[in-house]
Design a protein around this ligand. Sequence first.
Ligand code: 5GP
Length: 137
Amino acid sequence: MAYDDQNIFARILRGELPAIKVYEDERVLAFMDIMPQAEGHTLVIPKSPAITLLDLAPEEAAYTIQIVQKVAKAIETALQVEGIVLMQLSGVAAGQTVPHVHFHLIPSSVHELGKHAAQMGDQDKIRALAEKIKAAL
Ligand code: 5GP
């Protein structure tokens, strides 16, 4: 399957769609999930155009996971949570809905996760959580 450069995350990366960002550098972007499965649900994406983890160049995967760890630590500190679910769906069959590889950081328990990509969150509340996470980075 070819990478669709009109997918939502590609458009966010190009600045065509808004996102509540918590971290950005030349290779990775981290931003808040618009339909959070828990308070503080954050997405980390490499900027390189890969659909799934399996398509991602190993060096980009290695770099991205370092930022995943960095953002996870900030979430833990900022939101004073004890557990964070790291979720990565590769392929529509796994439930992937946006065809640009991404890592979910969900401060929750696997036993209590909200429904996946189901309900819009309160954007003001999400923005306030993002500010806390940014301050802890
Ligand atoms: P996937 O199902 O591909 O693993 O996850 C895609 C995630 O992207 C879902 O958790 C969904 O809530 C989130 N999402 C979908 N559209 C948007 C959007 O326009 N902006 C942001 N920030 N998140 C989105």
